[in-house]
Design a protein around this ligand. Structure first.
Ligand code: ZN
Length: 315
């Protein structure tokens, strides 16, 4: 529903649209029924999983990712076309940890007749974040610690081998190649973000998608909304954040590709009202990759682009 937000004492009143989500962008979906003989039909939720499945399976899989650019997975409901893509799939992957909060009943139903796998299932619980404001639940945004996402990629690879045993060797070798690329990316994140001076290692975003990222690459993370975009952006949270930004003289905040920028714009106004001008450092890809065919339309490209934006704004 629409949440009304006021920044007390600053005279800023905002109204968000449906929990701050952007209009869904166009999504190009290939139907899994167009799979050629012998191909495994794989249907995934978020693009990051689809990208991994394509890298691993190559010509042996027909991958459909349901959620395209700008789609917020916390709020996403399956369309009739999605239902078809799920029913026709040989193998279904989703993130899990309640990321796809409005699809959980559907996964339970689908799992009665076909393999439905949460790609985060093999990550050790002690490596998962359990934020106090999301009590009893783990933070689902594991893809922003590249080393954790490597575990998800292994889970995807293992399931694909199980369902395509004839192509075990190629899946193993593609898996090794992709995991090596991710190991390089993880090291690159550390090196490149490492140049940001200590006092500026603060990442402020619209919703709390960067907890694992901050933990892995040593940045302090603040967000207006919680782990799910379904949570309301509270007045107190907004005022607290303005205080943090003013007191610590933080110069930049970031909008997200899957969240309405208005809450971040309000934060900028709030700081300006306190005599501390801050800028919007750019847009980060949070819960969806960029457009297909662009560098950001892949997992590796999306992470790299975020690093470019963060380093440029904070260094
Ligand atoms: Zn999120």
């Amino acid at each position: 529903g629409a949440g009304r937000l006021a920044v007390v004492g600053l005279g800023i009143v905002l109204t968000f649209g449906a929990s701050g989500c952007k209009e869904p962008g166009p999504t190009a979906k290939a139907s899994p029924s167009s799979a050629t003989k012998g191909q495994l039909r794989v249907t995934c939720t978020i693009g990051m999983i689809g990208d991994a499945a394509r890298n691993l399976g190559g010509e042996h899989v027909m991958v459909t990712a349901l959620m395209g650019p700008h789609i917020d997975p916390h709020l996403y409901k399956a369309t009739p076309a999605d239902h078809r893509a799920l029913l026709e799939a040989d193998l279904i992957f989703y993130n899990g940890l309640h990321l796809e909060g409005r699809m959980s009943d559907l996964f339970v139903q689908l799992a009665r007749k076909r393999p439905v796998i949460a790609v985060t299932q093999d990550i050790k619980p002690e490596l998962l974040r359990e934020p106090p404001e999301f009590e009893g639940n783990y933070d689902p945004h594991v893809w922003f610690d590249v080393s954790l996402w490597m575990s998800a990629v292994e889970t995807i690879r293992n399931s694909m081998i199980e369902h395509l045993p004839a192509h075990r060797d190629v899946l193993q070798s593609n898996g090794k190649k992709y995991l090596d690329e991710l190991a390089v990316l993880h090291a690159e994140c550390k090196t490149r973000l490492g140049i940001i001076p200590k006092e500026r290692r603060v990442l402020v975003t619209a919703h709390d998608a960067f907890g694992y990222f901050g933990r892995a690459y040593d940045l302090e993370v603040f967000a207006i909304q919680g782990i799910s975009t379904e949570s309301e952006a509270g007045i107190k949270k907004m005022n607290d954040l303005v205080n943090v930004l003013v007191e610590r003289k933080i110069g930049a905040v970031f909008v997200e590709s899957t969240v309405n920028p208005r809450s971040i714009e309000a934060l900028v106004q709030g700081c300006s009202g306190r005599g501390h001008p801050i800028k919007i450092g750019g847009q980060l890809y949070s819960d969806a990759m960029g457009a297909e065919g662009t560098p950001e339309g892949t997992y590796v490209g999306m992470v790299r682009k975020n690093i470019d934006v963060i380093v440029k704004a904070l260094q």
